[in-house]
Design a protein around this ligand. Structure first.
Ligand SMILES: Nc1ncnc2c1ncn2[C@@H]1O[C@H](COP(=O)(O)OP(=O)(O)OP(=O)(O)O)[C@@H](O)[C@H]1O
Ligand SMILES: O=C(O)c1ccc[n+]([C@@H]2O[C@H](COP(=O)([O-])O)[C@@H](O)[C@H]2O)c1
Length: 214
C-alpha cells in the first residue's frame, strides 16, 4: 500500500521550502499523499504571529491544485499543545495498517527525545528525516537515547517503507532551499519582497490581512 506522508509545522507562513520538500518526498517515496498539518499550539516554541485560522487559510491556498498535497486541520480541533503522538494516533485509527511516514527536518529529529511520548512515535509511523539547509554533514552522533531507539530501524531502501505500517527510519536528501518562515516574516517586516518565497495566493492573503508587518 502506498504510504501517506505527514508534514507537521507551524506554517507561519507556509513557504516554498515546505511545498518543495513535500513534493520531493512525495515523488521520492511514491507517497499516496502528503498531509500538511498545521499545529494549533506548537509545543516547543512561542505562539505564532498569525492565528491558527490564518495559517490554515494560507496552507489551503498554497496547496490548491497541487496533486497529492492536502491540508489536515485535525490539530486545530484540539485544545492544548499539539502533540504529534496524538495526531498520529488519530490518523492511525482512520488509516488502519496503511504505512504512515512522519516527515521531520533533521534539526527536529535530533531533538526528538524532548517530544511528548516520543518513543511511541515509532509504533505509529515511519520517520523520514529531511535534510534542511544549511546542509550539515549527515548526523554522526545522535543523543544516546535516540541512538538506542533508532538502532536497527534504518530502512535499506525507500521502497521498504511501503511494506510495513510503521517503525522504520529513512533519511531523505532534498535539493536544498534555504528558506524559513522566520526569513519570510523578517523580510515582510522590513518591507522587502517575498515574491517566489511564498505562493502568489499566500502573498495576496498576507497583504489583505496585513500580516507580519509590525
Ligand atoms: N526550506 C526547508 N527545507 C526543508 N524542510 C523545511 C524547510 N522549511 C521548513 N522545513 C521543515 O518543515 C517543517 C515545518 O516547518 P515550520 O513550519 O516550523 O517552518 P520554518 O520555516 O522552520 O519556521 P520558522 O522559521 O518559523 O521556525 C519542519 O519539519 C521543518 O524542518
Ligand atoms: O509532539 C511534540 O512534543 C512535538 C514537539 C515539537 C514539535 N512537534 C511537531 O513538529 C512539527 C514541527 O514543529 P515546528 O515547531 O518546527 O514548527 C509540528 O508539527 C509540531 O507539532 C511536536
Amino acid at each position: 500500500m502506498r504510504p501517506v506522508g505527514i508534514l507537521g509545522g507551524t506554517f507561519d507562513p507556509v513557504h516554498v521550502g515546505h511545498l518543495r520538500a513535500a513534493i520531493e518526498i512525495r515523488d521520492a517515496l511514491d507517497l499516496a499523499q502528503v498531509r500538511l498539518v498545521p499545529a494549533h499550539v506548537p509545543p516547543h516554541r512561542p505562539q505564532p504571529a498569525a492565528s491558527a485560522a490564518q495559517r490554515l487559510a494560507m496552507l489551503r491556498l498554497a496547496v490548491r491544485g497541487v496533486a497529492g498535497l492536502t491540508v489536515d486541520d485535525r490539530e486545530l480541533e484540539r485544545a492544548g499543545p499539539s502533540y504529534t503522538v496524538d495526531t498520529l494516533t488519530g490518523l492511525r485509527a482512520q488509516l488502519g495498517r496503511r504505512p504512515l511516514c512522519l516527515l521531520v527536518g533533521e534539526d527536529a529529529f535530533v531533538g526528538l527525545t524532548t517530544w511528548h511520548r516520543w518513543q511511541e512515535l515509532f509504533e505509529l509511523a515511519h520517520l523520514v528525516v529531511m535534510q534542511r539547509p544549511p546542509v550539515a554533514a549527515p548526523i554522526q552522533e545522535l543523543p544516546p537515547a535516540l541512538a538506542r531507539a533508532v538502532a536497527g530501524r534504518w530502512a535499506d531502501s525507500a521502497q521498504a517503507l511501503a511494506a510495513s505500517p510503521a517503525g522504520l527510519v529513512w533519511r531523505q536528501a532534498l535539493p536544498p532551499l534555504d528558506i524559513s518562515a522566520t526569513r519570510v516574516r523578517a523580510a515582510l517586516r522590513a518591507g522587502r519582497s517575498v515574491r517566489f518565497l511564498v505562493t502568489d495566493s499566500c502573498l495576496r492573503y498576507i497583504r489583505r490581512h496585513h500580516l507580519y508587518t509590525d
